[in-house]
Design a binder for this molecule. Structure first.
Ligand code: BG6
Length: 295
């Protein structure tokens, strides 16, 4: 469907479709509670601005916006595998959902908020990425009290069980990384993926070096403070969470990440990672949801 048809079928004063210079179709949700922007490329949310606030999300100035490339920042949907593929290293890191072109299924508006529902059918995924026979639906809504609600629903329509690991890989904008404190993961066991060891820490998480951790067996609400903002991250269908900041050397190695940008972002990801991988039986259903609340 082209932009004109999308606007005719689904558009409203609060939800508008447009085509960007890079060729992506963008969706702008704007209501009395705030605004959000997402693209059909990857069902990728790139902006969330609750009323009276600045953007909760961070996007790199060096991000690519190109077919089959992941956007650096916002909220990549990592699916159906998180990280490297277990057996085929050539397959894209963090799965193919963030690289695919999704379709609009519906738009909803009610006094509580406005949202869109996008759909990715396995037959629309290029065969080279070895799609699993799972129907995927992504809902994004801007709701009252400054909430961005995201719901990723998966239905196994195949004949065999399918293992799914995934993430809403949220890049939060922060004023200065040295002021950041992440609460809610105190004393929670984590795998430090930089050296593959397990441990836990008391007190809030502070970022003072490259950090890449998968917190396990936790359904805790998480919050982020950076001196100027307080943001809550609520999760459903997730018993794991990732905290990531590339710090100086890795930032320099990434072509789509500015050398100094590690100071302005932190990823706190609602996941189904490592031992929180879910097995979808035939006709089995799983929902991974997150709500991001700026206070
Ligand atoms: C995080 C991983 O979730 O994503 C990191 O824990 C990884 O190891 C980061 O570097 C970014 O991944 P990508 O594929 O978007 O560069």
């Amino acid at each position: 469907m082209n932009v004109r048809e999308l606007n005719r079928r689904f558009g409203s004063k609060r939800v508008k479709f447009s085509r960007g210079k890079e060729g992506f179709i963008w969706i702008d949700i704007q209501n009395e509670f705030g605004s959000a922007r997402l693209t059909l490329h990857g069902a990728h949310v790139t902006s969330f601005i609750p009323n009276g606030s600045d953007d909760v999300l961070w996007v790199s100035e060096k991000s690519m916006f190109a077919p089959e490339k992941a956007i650096r920042g916002g909220i990549p949907v990592c699916w159906p595998w998180f990280g490297k593929h277990k057996t085929i290293p050539e397959l894209p890191t963090h799965g193919y959902a963030r690289l695919c072109e999704w379709e609009v299924a519906s738009v909803s508006s009610c006094p509580e908020g406005d949202g869109v529902e996008l759909h990715l059918a396995p037959e629309k995924v290029p065969a080279k990425w070895q799609p699993v026979p799972v129907e995927l639906t992504f809902q994004a809504a801007v709701e009252k009290d400054g909430v961005l609600r995201l719901v990723l629903s998966m239905l196994n329509c195949g004949e065999q069980p399918v293992a799914i690991s995934s993430a809403m890989h949220t890049y939060f904008a922060v004023d200065a990384i040295e002021n950041v404190a992440v609460d809610g993961l105190e004393d929670v066991r984590f795998v430090d993926t930089l050296n593959n060891t397990e441990s836990s820490e008391s007190g809030p998480i502070r970022i003072t070096r490259e950090t890449d951790r998968v917190y396990l067996d936790c359904e805790n609400d998480i919050s982020l403070r950076d001196g100027s903002h307080y943001t809550e991250i609520l999760r459903d269908g997730s018993r794991s969470a990732v905290v990531w900041n590339p710090w100086i050397d890795k930032a320099k190695r990434m072509p789509d990440f500015g050398d100094e940008e590690y100071r302005r972002m932190i990823c706190i990801e609602s996941t189904n990672a490592l031992e929180d991988t879910r097995i979808l039986e035939p006709d089995g259903f799983h929902v991974l949801a997150t709500a991001i609340i700026r206070h």
